[in-house]
Design a protein around this ligand. Structure first.
Ligand SMILES: *Cc1c(COP(=O)(O)O)cnc(C)c1O
Length: 365
């Protein structure tokens, strides 16, 4: 069976390096935060070309910290795309603020700038754009709206490490960038991890205090804080992985572009990648008439596929109190009803990609 993603191949290839990095952390017992977590954060900031970054325990925390750093809370509203992983909205909800869901476009499947302004009220404080599937959203248009209304822009970069918008790395475009290093993201830890990035070091300074129990100096708590530090072992693993991120992304792009060119079955609708962006093909999403039927067909051909995501945020049971209904975000609903994710990961072989393409093109619905 060809897996949708097989991260075991990466471990096999670089096992020595990973184990040495982990061993060093153990020898120095730098387990929670500390030298190796901080070292990675500095390397990651340099990689992205941003002023500062701080490592945290996961991407969901990164989003919550972004809201806390911007002073968002009870009574505030934050614009969030309806088609994203639910954690984009959790970060808002945890602070007591309300996520307000906006539809995506019919072709890029990213937040639709034309649908944002109608959702802005006097309570709106920020827009969270998600570079979903590793495809940068239309940042300039979102930023223009934000500037016109005095709003912050937060980037959810959980799927876009290394992706670029007009030559600039995602995570350095808006006020704050939020990353996840969950296993399977294009830069990933051996467990949970995340990062908050910004070109304004004051935000990262705040995030550092919030994530560390509200302390700058141990046992002196300036604010009500959280335990959201990055583990030392994860920092050390991420420092190894970061060296390979460009190679991994290049291979993802190679396979992704091949799918773009060679999947020609008219039953498939593919994602549009605007010229001014460099996507990293974190997830290769397609739309098919009947995804369940398609997943079964692919499984019979020994190819594992899955779906991102079958229910859009505004229709999730967890948010039923917000009062959305079917029809509120038609493009996101269409995507949720028809999406299927094809296998794509850096260690995938050419003949495996060819097998996926052949199966897709032979599919008759
Ligand atoms: C993975 C992901 C998150 C959450 O990150 P965790 O590290 O799993 O908490 C948030 N947003 C998006 C778009 C994601 O893909």
């Amino acid at each position: 069976m060809l897996k949708r993603i097989d991260i075991g191949r990466d471990f096999k290839r670089h096992k020595e390096e990973y184990m040495q990095a982990i061993e060093k952390v153990c020898e120095e017992t730098a387990y929670s935060g500390g030298k190796y977590a901080d070292q990675f954060a500095a390397e990651f900031a340099r990689y992205l070309g941003v002023a500062a970054a701080t490592g945290v325990n996961n991407g969901t925390s990164a989003l919550q910290l972004a809201m806390l750093c911007l002073g968002i809370g009870e009574g505030d509203e934050v614009i969030v795309p309806a088609n994203t992983y639910i954690a984009t909205a959790w970060g808002v909800t945890y602070t007591g603020a309300k996520p307000v869901f906006v539809d995506c476009t019919a072709d890029t499947w990213e937040i639709d700038p034309a649908r944002i302004e109608e959702k802005i009220t006097e309570r709106t404080k920020a827009i969270i754009g998600v570079h979903l599937y590793g495809q940068p959203f239309e940042f300039k248009a979102v930023k223009e709206i934000a500037d016109r209304h005095g709003l912050y822009v937060v980037e959810d970069c959980a799927q876009s490490a290394g992706a670029k918008y007009e030559g600039v790395m995602t995570g350095g475009l808006g006020n704050i960038g939020c990353f996840s290093f969950y296993p399977g993201k294009n830069l990933y830890a051996f467990g949970e991890g995340g990062a908050v990035t910004s070109n304004d070091p004051a935000y990262i300074d705040k995030a550092d205090v919030f994530k560390n129990q509200g302390c700058r100096v141990r046992y002196y708590h300036e604010v009500v804080g959280y335990n959201m530090r990055l583990e030392g072992i994860q920092g050390a693993v991420l420092s190894v992985s970061l060296q390979y991120l460009n190679d991994w992304n290049a291979r993802r792009i190679e396979i992704g572009k091949r799918y773009d060119r060679e999947i020609t079955n008219p039953l498939f609708k593919l994602q549009y990648h605007p010229e001014n962006t460099q996507p990293v093909y974190h997830l290769y999403e397609v739309q098919v008439p009947d995804p369940d039927h398609f997943l079964k067909y692919m499984a019979e051909k020994d190819i594992e596929c899955n779906r991102h995501y079958p229910v859009p945020c505004h229709l999730q049971q967890a948010y039923q109190d917000l009062g959305y209904k079917r029809g509120d975000c038609p493009n996101a609903e269409q995507l949720a009803d028809h999406c299927a994710t094809l296998p794509l990961f850096p260690e995938m072989r050419d003949e495996e990609a060819a097998m996926v393409i052949a199966a897709c093109n032979a599919y008759q619905g």
